[in-house]
Design a protein around this ligand. Sequence first.
Ligand code: LLP
Length: 864
Amino acid sequence: MTAVSTPAASPWVVLKFGGTSVSSVANWSNVALVLRARLAEGLRPVVVHSALSGITDRLEQLLTLALSGEWQPVMDQIEQRHRDLARDLGVVPTPDLEEQFRRLRQIASGIALVGEVSERLRARVMAQGELMATRLGAAYLASQGLNVQWVDARTALKAESRRNANLRSTYLSATCAFEPDLQLQQRWSAPGTVWITQGFIASDDAGDTVLLGRGGSDTSGSYFAAKLQARRLEIWTDVPGMFSANPRAVPTARLLCALEYDEAQEIASSGAKVLHPRCIMPVKHYGIPLYVYATQTPNLEGTVITTHGGTAAQVKAVTIKKNITLLSMETVGMWHSVGFLADAFAVFKEHGLSIDLVSTSETSVTVSLDPAANTLDKATLDGLIADLAKLCRVQVIGPCAAVSLVGRNIRAILHRLGDALELFEEQKIYLVTQAANDLNITFVIDEAQGDRLVSRLHEIAIRKMTADRVLGPTWEELYGSPGQAIDTSKQWWHVRRDALLALGREHGAAFVYDRASLEEKAKSLQALSGIDGVFYALKANWHPEILKLFHAHGLGFECVSQGEVQHVLNTLPTIDRKQILFTPNFTPRDEYAWALEQGVWVTLDNLHPLQHWPELFKGRDVFVRIDTGYGRGHHDKVRTAGVHSKFGVPLFEMDELQRLVNAAGARVVGLHAHTGSGVFTVDNWTSVGETLGALTQRFNEVHTIDLGGGLGVPERLGQPGVVLSEFDAALLQIKQAHPHINLWIEPGRYLVAEAGVLLASVTQLKGKGEVQYVGVATGMNSLIRPALYGAHHEILNLTRIDEPATEVVNVVGPICESGDQLGLDRLLPPTQAGDVLLIATAGAYGRAMSSTYNLREPAKEFVI
Ligand code: LLP
């Protein structure tokens, strides 16, 4: 018997490669490179790899199609994929691989004949993906001069027998024991050898093939690492580590350089797809460090997961799980009653459903069902609801998203999350849970809002933190800016780049508005079928050319001051006065008197004018601005409803309003509300419509409801905005409920923000150690939004739009305030004095809010 070489003498390293990692020649040459490096380190490498990407799905299709006998085309595809890769890798498919193809065909025709697939057979067929791929991998590595041994994983990983498990989970989501395995260590001890085996598969006591569940290859890697007591487990995938958010959705997501096992497990379980949550436990049990690397970029640092992840309390990731169904169960009987929860949960058990999150009150309990853990078809759900309905009132809410903030001791840092939590003023939160292990706080909200919320929470809770041992570079920094990743070539400012560069160079600073974009926006709102009037809120931008253009497209105007009304009358002298709505706030008596004389629509937004100047309103038709009680918007400074906002007449004053209107001899013909600005949730306008609609019962001379403006515009390239068709559907619903009432809206930002940019030429550059400043010709005197609201405007170097963005800089203006920043930590190409920077979405509340602070004129305006 050969002596067992001790792991310490020549330890193993287990390297697991995912489907994408083993599907291309470029990746395989990196795999070979990495293996050579591990051998040079004196380690014994064990490669565990997955099926080629997409093949497991194809095998599943094969099983389904075999039942109807139509499996040939899919089988051809499966075979071709492997032959193609073999050709690209320069290897000949081995006889074992040819044999496997033949066997698969035999099985498929067998299924066609018998007309059924057992779970046992399903496992056997699905296992072929890994078996075939590793044959190719072994052949390639051997062709590269490595000493390779191919091993069937089923000879090394044995499934545990589980009590009460059904056939499906026995064969398709088995678990294995992972104690140190001296026999295996002995078998795989030959020095200088690369062992290559399959992920995802194992065998049971009877020698049958079993699977470890989808994503189970990570778990195989972890089992092997534990059995071999490996020096480390390396998971090679298509991202270089775990990130603080999904980098494809949030480009500012940061590489998490160091994590603790529990944190990694929590991040993986709450939606991140980099690691399978089940793979953590075996390595954690033996304290084996787990590294995550990207096969495409093997030199990037990656994530290391150990017992000591690093810093104290900190939010480390914002994750999202979608397609969550919530069930809210309410019963008055629950109050102090014994056993309701037990009874209700028993119903879930009977239906084979596993509950994810739970929140209870004295009379209700809300639970979430995660599709990853449950098959939630309609029949299952209906059956569950029918049984629950015997115990309580059930409401199904969905689809929802569960957004989690993850990190150790999260309770200790709740106070630091103040800004982040403010975002929830805009969201309907159905459920909040804080995990008992103090590793996460989860909010369940409407699914449509999920991605946006993740990116905002990430911005506040993580992106701004200074880099440390845990928080590494952002995805953008590693792979380039989203401006590069996202095709900007269709943006109007890209198309009209030459004209913009000329203006930027000539004027140093310039607001430029694109006529075609303005027209397109106006048309898109006029095309909404649920709306009878669009009144442009010209506070966003009152450039006369823009007013003329919108007027030509049939838009009316919403004004907040005598100045604005007068400006419209001056610009459009022949305008129908009923195309102007005057919606002032705390405006003096004279302005009301003047506006009434002009014959424009006048809105009251408190009771004072009726109480103190009733004579003004005698015989007049007026609108009243209602405070719906709930403000929305991108920042607390722009939320315009609720007790903390100075706008509108509160609902509790309706009796008094009615009395005063009658006493003054006026008529309320319009009801108005505007909850805030920069709103993305369509239900905002639905609930305003419901509130105002209900008031038409009381004020029965009302012919118009104005739902306000506020439609949000994406701040970042590639970020989703309000979906107009959803907005229209919401409007139509209100319209259907009140068919005789005119519906108006009064957006500002939506019509002009994206049609305008601010150009600013670079005047000078400055470096202060790590922080680089790019100084431009104008700053907060032209665009105050970043300083005032922390608003984000994309910034691009228009001069070098096609060059890779590689430098992180702060873009600042010439104003004597530290807050004079147009953008912090922006990724730009190496920038020179004289370059023209473009600051996007500056058409709304840009020039309109500008000033001559420091006696610096704001940028001039141009319409092109
Ligand atoms: N209607 C009323 C009564 C308003 O007060 C406003 C904006 C609007 C309509 C138009 O809202 P929009 O569709 O543009 O969101 N300076 C802030 C925005 C303040 C908006 C004030 N009222 C910003 O730059 O974000």
